[in-house]
Design a protein. Structure first.
Ligand code: ATP
Ligand code: MG
Length: 555
């Protein structure tokens, strides 16, 4: 069984245990704070599993908070998809919040900073601010507007809010230290003008808080005790703490950074994923080749597999690149036990058993799971005309080919031995049909021991099998050893990432199949019923993953 792997210990847990033991907190509060500017991906899953898992383990609270302070890229479509994905993943939140509901408080806090002489309205444009900021080796230079009086700042900030200025004409900056070795502390912008409607607050505001100012306030308002974010924010922590302190927030959250998930053959950024959708490289955010939660789900991933993967990769302070085969390992593990076996032929070749009675159909008992007898058996129709895989026949066999070729005998899975007697070709010389004879004595389960065959192949009954489309996938992004960091990912798109085949699937197993149902099509892989293209007339299957891999999980 693929039970949830228990989180082993990690450095974040140790911090929490210390904070609980020392009495700093008696209950922890964590949150997952996505910006609703795209769909969630597998990297977000890592954060969801971590944050919700910690709250659960330590009997604390877990919030879902939309960090929706930038109206330009945000949309309610994304809000809805994020809720759906977090829910599906089992990241059960205690409360749901929108940062935009705190705009009033944030505005009050900005006024407080101005009154304390810790914020000022600056007229420098974006380029000038960048120039004045200095670099890692050079100190910054003070803005000529830095010493405006409190009254002047209050008046100008009010006029910013009233909409008197254009976007970019003025900003509000924290007055900290232009020569700080930490560039984030060199008078960062905390409010900017954007005459853009917000998905939640509509046209109430034309000034919006910047992330570094908004985020600590959001955390403090919600009483978040441990604010877990990715490593890029490590250098922002002094500013985070400055905001909490100077805004005189009652509750003091602690920011803790961990390494984000990076994976081979995968782009992991909403911006890039959106580009793939907008440029129609894929058929939407939920394309089965996408590393989005909804894409993985449509591909046939289960939430258990994703959660186990997220737990197994662990939490660390060092960036690394995870092999995408590791994710496949976990879905294989999960489906191995869950998905019933069935037979499907992806590239059909007609096989006629010339000595089998015409018009007759018999029902053969075939097990539903290769290794688990408790899954029982089903009755599969068998008759004179079948389909087998094209690759299970070779007119001129190569060395060590044990499947069908003229004169050779194989076992049809769960049925009889058949021997190839004739090959039928079309005008172009292509094999279109093969003729066989069968041996009645060799029925599976009959105890026949007369002779042995070296190959067993699967098949479907031509008369009753259902036509189906099979979608096979290869990685969407091709990369080398170093991964795709720093390269233009659009140049690395695999032109052969989708292969659509028309074939057949046995009637019995899929009779009541619904979207998202999963099967192990023997010898072909794990498949799921596609939720987008399947209709009452046509079944479409996505291959989740092949059956085998050379990948080994390091324990
Ligand atoms: P993207 O660049 O993909 O848009 P983001 O970090 O800007 O990612 P947010 O919506 O701001 O996306 O992220 C919400 C939460 O998910 C944050 O706490 C962030 O740290 C976490 N997160 C995002 N990407 C990853 C990742 N690859 N691995 C782990 N956590 C991640
Ligand atoms: Mg972001």
């Amino acid at each position: 069984m693929c039970n949830e792997i228990n989180n082993s210990s990690n450095f974040i847990k140790n911090i929490i245990i210390e904070d609980l033991n020392s009495g700093k907190h008696d209950k922890i509060v964590t949150r997952f704070p996505p910006e609703p500017n795209g769909y969630l991906h597998i990297g977000h899953a890592k954060s969801i599993v971590l944050n919700s898992g910690l709250a659960k383990e330590f009997k604390g609270k877990f919030n879902l908070r939309f960090d929706d302070t930038n109206p330009i890229k945000e949309d309610t479509e994304y809000v809805e998809s994020i809720k759906e994905d977090v829910k599906w993943l089992g990241g059960n939140w205690d409360e749901i919040f929108f940062a935009s509901n705190y705009f009033d408080t944030m505005y009050e806090k900005a006024l407080l900073l101005i009154k304390k002489g810790l914020a000022y309205v600056c007229d420098l444009n974006a380029d000038e601010i960048r120039q004045y900021r200095g670099s890692l080796t050079e100190p910054g230079k003070e803005s000529p507007y830095r010493n405006r009086t409190v009254e002047e700042n209050l008046e100008l900030f009010e006029r910013m809010r009233q909409g008197e200025f254009k976007d970019g004409e003025k900003v509000l900056r924290a007055k900290i230290d232009m020569v700080s070795p930490n560039i984030n502390m060199r008078d960062p912008i905390i409010y900017r003008i954007a005459h853009t409607e917000h998905h939640n607050t509509k046209d109430k505001w034309c000034i919006y808080p910047m992330y570094d100012f908004a985020h600590p306030i959001e955390d403090a308002i919600e009483g978040i005790t441990h604010s877990i974010c990715t490593l890029e924010f490590e250098d922002h922590r002094p500013l985070y703490d400055w905001v909490v302190r100077e805004c005189e927030m009652e509750s003091v959250p602690r920011q803790i950074e961990f390494a984000r998930l990076n994976m081979t053959n995968t782009v992991m950024s909403k911006r890039k994923l959106k580009q793939l959708v907008d440029e129609k490289v894929v058929d939407g955010w939920d394309d089965p080749r996408m590393p989005t939660i909804c894409g993985l789900r449509r591909r046939g991933y289960t939430k258990e597999a994703i959660r186990n993967f997220c737990t197994a990769i662990g939490v660390s302070k060092a960036n690394s690149l995870v092999d995408s085969q590791m994710l496949e390992y976990f879905i294989r593990e999960d489906l191995q036990t869950k998905a019933p076996a069935a037979m499907a032929v992806l590239r059909p070749l007609k096989l006629v058993i010339t000595n089998y009675e015409e018009g007759k159909t018999e029902m053969l008992e075939i097990e539903n799971h290769a290794k688990d007898e408790t899954k029982g058996k089903r009755l599969v129709p068998f008759s004179r005309e079948l389909y087998i895989e094209r690759e299970d026949f070779m007119e001129v066999p190569v060395k060590k080919y044990f499947r069908l070729f003229p004169g050779n005998e194989v076992r049809l899975k769960g049925a009889y031995f058949v021997k190839c007697t004739e090959v039928i070709k079309d005008d172009k010389g292509e094999v279109v049909e093969i003729h066989c004879t069968y041996d009645k004595e060799t029925k599976s389960g009959s105890g026949f021991t007369g002779r042995k065959v070296k190959g067993t192949i699967h098949w479907v009954d031509a008369k009753t099998a259902k036509k189906a489309e099979f979608r096979l996938f290869e990685p969407l992004i091709l990369d080398d050893e170093e991964g795709n960091e720093g390269k233009n990912f659009l140049d690395q798109i695999n032109p052969d990432s989708l292969n659509i085949l028309e074939g057949f699937v046995e009637k019995t197993a899929i009779e009541d199949a619904k979207p998202e149902d999963k099967f192990q099509f023997i010898r072909n892989g794990f498949f799921t019923v596609d939720s987008k293209y399947t209709t009452t007339e046509k079944l479409v299957f996505n291959r989740v993953v092949s059956l085998k891999s050379s990948f080994k999980l390091m324990k």
